[in-house]
Structures are given as structure tokens and as C-alpha cells.
Design a protein around this ligand. Structure first.
Ligand code: IPM
Ligand code: MG
Length: 355
């Protein structure tokens, strides 16, 4: 196959980790006879510096024209004082909206080789865990009406959580389909004891559940879910939740896997086009030092092969190569606990050698 991939390297460690994933994709292309053409576009802080805005039109059209998009990370202290609509993060929301990426898949699993990095007690993770978080990505409070106004006590700010039936139905369907392909257990997380939007969410989950009698489905309140994730993570298979709850819970889930540097994500719409990115940020403190863990981005590329290009064996080949490298004891500094570690480039070389 001949495929066009837009690269949004972004800020901080973004360029280094995307370069690693590109090298891995090139190795896969060579082995399986695919051609991947990469075109870089500016996003985030670098785009602000070059074009004055975080998401130039050219970047949006480039992503829409490509077969798929690989993103590093955006943001950094340099741009932290800009107004909300000019911040690098705004570009991330903008590209998600422009591509209609309403589904965000965030797998969080415990690697046997990294069990020692999990902050939970040994007996809690004795049997490991493997969770797929299905996060709604283009609705809710991230995109609801917001603003400033004069209130009863003077200046006030507001953000609105709003979900339409259509938005809930489509993400819940994706979650049931995902559960069907896994262990057939779905937990929908909401705050239906307080929020009207959650009550509609829950009602729709129950309606759709009737069409999936083979999937065991339950509701959980978000505060309880935050607790259950550290009390007994193995109880979860697939989670479906709103944009903001998914943002928060996926960081929590990543931490119990040992390192946020390991977790990939896929953002999808109704087509096969997607945007793939690590769930971690731009880590400006270690940027440009060849120290970053590229595995989350490399695994995001593996997700791209599976979800956008239907290349199951190529995708699995990357996952297996990462597993081997970890099982052989190779670590980047975030996982080395002060012991000698490999650089970004070196661990990428090890992964490529095993492809
Ligand atoms: C994420 C990030 C983004 C989000 C930020 C950077 C806007 O935290 O992808 O999880 O909140 O969605
Ligand atoms: Mg987040």
C-alpha cells in the first residue's frame, strides 16, 4: 500500500518522539512492502512562533487530505501566558473538531516487565489489568458555550457541559462494538446523581445496551470510578465516558501502568482517517535531550496501522518488538529509576532491530 501520513510534531519532545515513530514505520514499510509518505505541518507553539496562530489553515487542510495523522505533543511554558484561544492546546481541540474525531481510544495495560513500576500494591495487580478507555472527544464542556459575565458577585466565568442524543449515541455504539471485540464488559462512567447531561447519557446507554445483550454493561459514578481504578483496576474491560471525565480518568489509568510514557491513543471519526498521539504532554523539561520515551508514540503508530490501514500483522509486529525490548530489560530514563538507560534514539534502534 501507498499511504500519506501528516506529521504534527509540535513542541517540546514532540519532534524526537515523532521521528522515532517515523523510523519504526519506515522499517515496517520495508519489511511488508508498503510506502509511507510523510508530510510535516506546524501545530501548537511552533505554529504560534511561525504563523502567529496555533493551528494554521494549511495544517488543517493537510491533515484532511492525508490518509492519517501522527501527532507528538503541543504546549510549553513559553506560550502559557497567551489568551485561551491562542494557546497551543487550542490547536489540539481545533484539529479534533476539524477532523470530527469524536472517538478517543486510550488503552491502558500493565506490561508484565513493568510491574515493578506500578505504584499499586502487588496483590492488587497480581493478575495485571488491560483497560480500553473510550473517551468522547468532540463534545461536552470542552466545546460547550463558555464566557465571562457580570454575576451576582461581580466578575464570573462559565463553561457548559452539553451533550446531544446524537453525540452520545455514536460514542456509546463505538464502546459496545469495542467491548464486543474484547471481554464483553462495558462500564459507562457519568455523574448522573448530579448532572442532567449525565442522566441523558445514562438513559441512552441503557437503550443501546438492549441491542448488545452479549455485552455485560453497568453504570458507575465518576467519583467512584476514580477510586475503583486504584482499588481494583482488573474489574475494568472497556470504559465509556464523556470528554472531561475521560481526560481525567485516562491520566489516572496511565499512572497505574507505571509510566505515562507508554500510553498511545487513537482519535477516530466515521472514516478510517484518524489522528494518533501519545497521551502524554510535551515534557519541555527534557526536550531536545534525546531522553524522552518514544514508546507511546511508536505504539500510537501501531494503532494507526491497525485502525486506519487495517494492517493487523504489521501493527502486532510493532507491539511484539516493544514487548521484547522491555522484556530484555531495556529502559528509557523515565523507567530506569536512576540505573543506566537508553536514549530515545537507542531504544528506537532496539525496537527496529526486533521488527
Ligand atoms: C489530552 C490532553 C488535552 C485534553 C489537552 C492538552 C487539551 O490533556 O489529550 O488528554 O484535555 O484533551
Ligand atoms: Mg489529558
Amino acid at each position: 500500500m501507498n499511504l500519506n501520513i501528516a506529521l504534527l510534531k509540535g513542541d517540546g519532545i514532540g519532534p524526537e518522539i515523532v521521528d522515532s515513530a517515523v523510523r519504526v514505520l519506515e522499517a515496517i514499510g520495508k519489511k511488508y512492502d508498503h510506502t509511507f509518505n510523510f508530510t510535516p505541518y506546524d501545530i501548537g507553539g511552533v505554529a504560534i512562533d511561525k504563523h502567529g496562530i496555533p493551528l494554521p489553515e494549511e495544517t488543517v487542510s493537510g491533515c484532511l487530505a492525508a490518509d492519517s495523522v501522527l501527532l507528538g505533543a503541543v504546549g510549553g511554558p513559553k506560550w502559557d501566558t497567551l489568551p485561551g484561544n491562542l494557546r497551543p492546546e487550542k490547536a489540539l481541540l481545533g484539529i479534533r473538531a476539524a477532523m470530527g474525531l469524536f472517538t478517543n481510544l486510550r488503552p491502558a495495560k500493565l506490561y508484565p516487565a513493568l510491574k515493578g513500576d506500578c505504584p499499586l500494591r502487588e496483590d492488587i495487580v497480581a493478575n495485571g489489568f488491560d483497560i480500553m478507555i473510550v473517551r468522547e472527544l468532540t463534545g461536552g464542556i470542552y466545546f460547550g458555550e463558555r464566557g465571562m459575565r457580570e454575576g451576582k458577585y461581580g466578575e464570573e466565568a462559565y463553561d457548559t457541559e452539553c451533550y446531544s442524543r446524537m453525540e452520545i449515541e455514536r460514542i456509546v455504539r463505538v464502546a459496545f462494538e469495542t467491548a464486543r471485540k474484547r471481554n464483553k464488559k462495558l462500564i459507562s462512567i457519568d455523574k448522573a446523581n448530579v448532572l442532567e447531561s449525565s442522566r441523558l447519557w445514562r438513559k441512552i446507554v441503557h437503550e443501546i445496551a438492549e441491542q448488545y445483550p452479549d455485552v455485560e454493561c453497568a453504570d458507575m459514578l465518576v467519583d467512584n470510578a476514580a477510586m475503583q481504578l486504584v482499588r481494583n483496576p482488573a474489574q475494568f474491560d472497556v470504559i465509556v465516558t464523556s470528554n472531561m471525565f475521560g481526560d481525567i480518568l485516562s491520566d489516572e489509568a496511565s499512572q497505574i501502568t507505571g509510566s505515562i510514557g507508554m500510553l498511545p491513543s487513537a482519535s477516530l471519526n466515521e472514516t478510517t482517517k484518524g489522528l494518533y498521539e501519545p497521551i502524554h504532554g510535551s515534557a519541555p523539561d527534557i526536550a531536545g535531550q534525546n531522553k524522552a520515551n518514544p514508546i507511546a508514540t511508536i505504539l500510537s503508530a501501531a494503532m494507526m496501522l491497525l485502525y486506519s490501514f487495517n494492517m493487523a500483522k504489521e501493527s502486532q509486529n510493532i507491539i511484539d518488538a516493544v514487548d521484547k525490548v522491555l522484556n530484555e530489560g531495556y529502559r528509557t530514563p523515565d523507567l530506569a529509576h536512576g540505573a543506566p538507560a537508553l536514549t530515545t534514539v537507542e531504544i528506537t534502534d532496539k525496537i527496529i532491530e526486533r521488527i
